[in-house]
Design a binder for this molecule. Sequence first.
Ligand code: SF4
Ligand code: SF4
Length: 124
Amino acid sequence: MRCVHCQRCCRDTMMELSEADIVRLERRGYRREEFCSIDEDGIPRLRNVGSWCFFYDSEARRCCEYRSRPLGCTLYPVNMDEDGHLIVDELCPQVGTITAEELERKGKRLRALLRTIDAQAARR
Ligand code: SF4
Ligand code: SF4
């Protein structure tokens, strides 16, 4: 897809995090309590500061940890609905540029990621 870096997906994020995402960001010098909150269901998610993701730099208008961003951010706007069906999030203005091949490839990675996150949450 052709991301235009509009950053809509960095606003009021509910992005789920795997332990690998958290550790990678900790290695960048952040404490997990700063950027991550754990919901009642045991799922860690990116924390917002005001209306924006903790890692959103409002002056530069970009993600300040783009290279280390959570895997879910790299797979977005491919997402999954509550029934487990793959969807593309219409919030993204570039959904029309996703190819069928990309949807399938990202969908596989997203399913694996969410299985990992669920398994990690079950062990908490
Ligand atoms: S909403 Fe879509 S186009 Fe905008 S930054 Fe996110 S992925 Fe890129
Ligand atoms: S980690 Fe970066 S790309 Fe992901 S939601 Fe936050 S600011 Fe956006």
